[in-house]
Ligand binder design. Structure first.
Ligand code: AMP
Length: 387
């Protein structure tokens, strides 16, 4: 398919649910899509032609680039070298500098601190003695993480005390020479927040209202937006996101994950792509993160990021409940990614949207009962009822 001004083709590296939701948002804009992914069953293939190839297959990437208006990705662990090779043929957004920063927790946290964005205490761990030194510096509890290729709580070991050092090393030590390790102070946060933001090719920066998130076993379970945070916290969160976007000359959507602890924010990590904590924007914002990402990478004007009332998104991991049970609840929206069920795998989500906190809490109560997921929605209901 050839690209032309009226019907540009967007190439996406990675064909998972994020690519699929990008295509769903882009089809009404008249866009065409192509995806490249190592897996033949990638779920975006239902909406866009899929090329099955590794992200390090430079010849396949060169063919893939042919006729694209722009390339982007739904997966941040694409090798930065592949992005650089692709960028010689077609514009790629976000660029390799942002990707390289976000791919390594040590580089990322160092970058945050240089920009005046506070983080939990951290130290590089290169060997077993380095773990003892980092523990002596940061104290316990702490979390040992892989620097690269960790996601959704994978590649992490929590140390309750220094006595857990041997167990932590047994779990992750073998990866010190391959993906590197970092020790982080454990933050007894009151809340987890994220800011999903977008920056256009012309530098136009916009931010959706901050989102409050709840994780279970390191994986996002529930998001509530707009988060009910103090105005100075919101201002600080948005200021950090803007500083990061401008420093990286970022183009597209990204998420900045933050811990709120004792009235201040500490940055955990950034995701250089559309993000699970921004799924509520599909129904809950004037323009969704997926649409604005496409507008940004194409150099088109960005849409408003204003919230439409309040929204709560719940993730489905492992198996999909019955859609019909939920669809009877006012303001309910269903998203089935069309992925085969597998334990722990993100295979869909639902968003509940209402004009205000009280009706959203009522809808969540109904949804919890309808799906048999009362425990999953309970934290958002308490937050909404607390005012
Ligand atoms: P991550 O993969 O770094 O996003 O971590 C997944 C989840 O683990 C986070 O969303 C937090 O719930 C928790 N977590 C990660 N790092 C820390 C930390 N330094 N202190 C407390 N909790 C953390």
């Amino acid at each position: 398919m050839s690209a032309n001004a009226s019907a540009p083709t967007v190439g996406i590296l990675g064909g998972g649910q994020l690519a699929r939701m990008m295509a769903l948002a882009g089809l009404p804009l008249g866009l065409h899509f192509r995806v490249i992914d190592p897996h033949a069953d990638a779920c975006a293939a239902g909406l866009a032609p899929l090329r099955v190839a590794g992200f390090d297959d430079v010849a396949a990437l060169a063919q893939f680039a042919d006729g694209l208006a722009v390339a982007t990705f739904d997966f941040e662990n694409v090798p930065a070298a592949s992005i650089e090779a692709l960028a010689t043929r077609v514009p790629v957004h976000p660029g390799s500098a942002a990707l390289a920063t976000a791919q390594d927790r040590l580089v990322e946290k160092t970058c945050f601190n240089r920009l005046g964005i506070p983080t939990p205490g951290f130290a590089a761990v290169d060997d077993r003695a380095g773990l003892d030194a980092a523990l002596a510096e940061l104290g316990a509890p702490a979390i040992l993480k892989t620097r690269r290729f960790g996601y959704d709580g994978k590649g992490q070991f929590r140390l309750r005390s220094t006595a857990d050092a041997d167990a932590a090393w047994a779990a992750l030590g073998a990866q010190a020479d391959t993906v590197g390790l970092i020790l982080e102070a454990f933050v007894p946060f009151q809340r987890e927040l994220s800011v999903v933001a977008v920056r256009g090719r012309d530098g136009d920066f916009r931010c959706w209202p901050p989102t409050r998130n709840w994780h279970v076993d390191g994986v996002l379970s529930l998001s509530l937006a707009p988060a009910r945070v103090a105005p100075e916290i919101e201002k600080q969160a948005i200021g950090y996101a803007r500083a990061l976007a401008e420093h990286l000359d970022y183009v597209g959507v990204f998420a900045l994950e933050l811990f709120e602890v004792d009235g201040r924010l500490l940055a955990n990590e950034m995701a250089p792509r559309v993000h699970n904590s921004g799924h509520w924007t599909i129904e809950g914002a004037e323009t969704s993160q997926f649409e604005n990402h496409l507008r940004a990478v194409l150099g088109w004007p960005l849409g408003s990021t204003a919230a439409r009332g309040m929204s709560c998104m719940l993730n489905f991991l492992g198996d999909m409940p019955d859609a019909r049970a939920l669809l009877a609840v006012p303001g309910a929206h269903w998203h089935d990614y069309g992925k085969p069920a597998r334990a722990g795998r993100k295979i869909g989500h639902a968003t509940l949207r209402a004009d205000d906190a009280a009706p959203l809490a009522d809808a969540l109560e109904q949804a919890g009962k309808a799906l048999g997921r009362e425990a999953q929605v309970a934290p958002a209901i308490s937050c909404l009822r607390a005012g």
